[in-house]
Design a protein around this ligand. Structure first.
Ligand SMILES: NC(=O)c1ccc[n+]([C@@H]2O[C@H](COP(=O)([O-])OP(=O)(O)OC[C@H]3O[C@@H](n4cnc5c(N)ncnc54)[C@H](O)[C@@H]3O)[C@@H](O)[C@H]2O)c1
Length: 253
């Protein structure tokens, strides 16, 4: 079930957290994976630990030339591309008044333009594959109000909208497009947020983050990765334009 044998996958932001776990899970299910990250050292560490069916790529998803080169590397290495996982993303804490134009632009560039560029440049190869998929990692912040996540919510809401639009444009081609909206997942992303914003009140803040999910805990990267494997698999052939929440009940309230 949910095998990805001989599939070629390009996973952005795979040097850490959710992307790293998606790369591991895809490889475990038989895929060849391009572990792409702005942090080449992190991508190399992940690719090396996965083994022969993984290789690292340095990419800045927000720069067109960088994305072009990365996709050319994937095609040179694997000869094809079956799955794109748009996972690279950055966060920002702040309400609208606290958000500077500079930070707003930075978030849009990585979280939205990054998805645009990787998708645009990967699509010709995904279409040649015959049966292919794009998996966008959005967030519950794109679906419901999460306090002081103004710019982040804007970008993730856009990713949800992009997912549905793409699914319709390509629905007859064999290319499926879906998104996953995680609730809070304990990853280096969250660790960095805690260090930066709550170093003096770690325990209380972790308790609050746990309580945000009605099940009472944060998610784990491997729980998101399992959904990504399913969405890429043949078993999900009827699934396109879907926005999958994995959030411990957060959006069910
Ligand atoms: N952790 C959570 O609670 C959570 C919840 C919902 C959604 N998400 C989303 O999941 C995705 C992964 O998050 P994570 O928690 O694993 O974060 P993470 O910080 O652990 O990993 C993100 C990776 O993306 C890379 N990256 C950042 N900017 C990049 C760029 N311009 N080009 C290429 N790579 C870049 C980083 O180097 C890092 O390795 C993000 O899109 C995030 O918004 C995370």
């Amino acid at each position: 079930m949910f095998r990805l044998d001989n599939k070629a996958a390009f996973i952005t932001g795979a040097g850490s957290g959710i992307g790293e776990e998606i790369a591991r899970s895809f490889a475990q299910q038989g895929a060849n994976v391009a572990v792409a990250d702005i942090n080449f050292e992190a991508a190399s560490r992940v690719a090396e630990s996965i083994g022969d069916n993984a290789f690292p790529i340095q990419i800045d998803v927000s720069e067109e030339v960088s994305v072009k080169n990365a996709i050319a590397d994937v095609i040179a290495k694997f000869g094809k591309l079956d799955h794109l996982v748009n996972n690279a993303g950055i966060g920002l804490v702040g309400n609208v008044e606290e958000t500077s134009l500079e930070d707003w632009n930075r978030l849009l560039k990585v979280n939205m333009t990054g998805v645009f560029l990787c998708t645009k440049l990967a699509i010709p190869h995904l279409l040649s594959s015959g049966k292919s998929s794009i998996i966008n990692i959005a967030s519950v912040a794109g679906l419901v109000g999460i306090e002081r996540r103004f710019a982040y919510s804007a970008t993730k809401g856009a990713v949800v909208a992009i997912t549905r639009e793409l699914a319709i444009d390509y629905v007859t081609t064999g290319l499926r497009v879906n998104a996953i909206c995680p609730g809070t997942v304990y990853s280096p992303f969250v660790e960095g947020y805690l260090r930066k914003n709550h170093a003096h009140e770690l325990e209380e803040t972790i308790a609050k983050l746990n309580a945000r999910q009605p099940v009472g805990r944060m998610g784990r990267p491997d729980e998101i990765a399992k959904m990504a494997v399913y969405l890429a698999s043949e078993e999900a052939e009827f699934v396109t334009g879907s926005i999958m929440t994995i959030d411990g009940g957060l959006t069910a309230r």
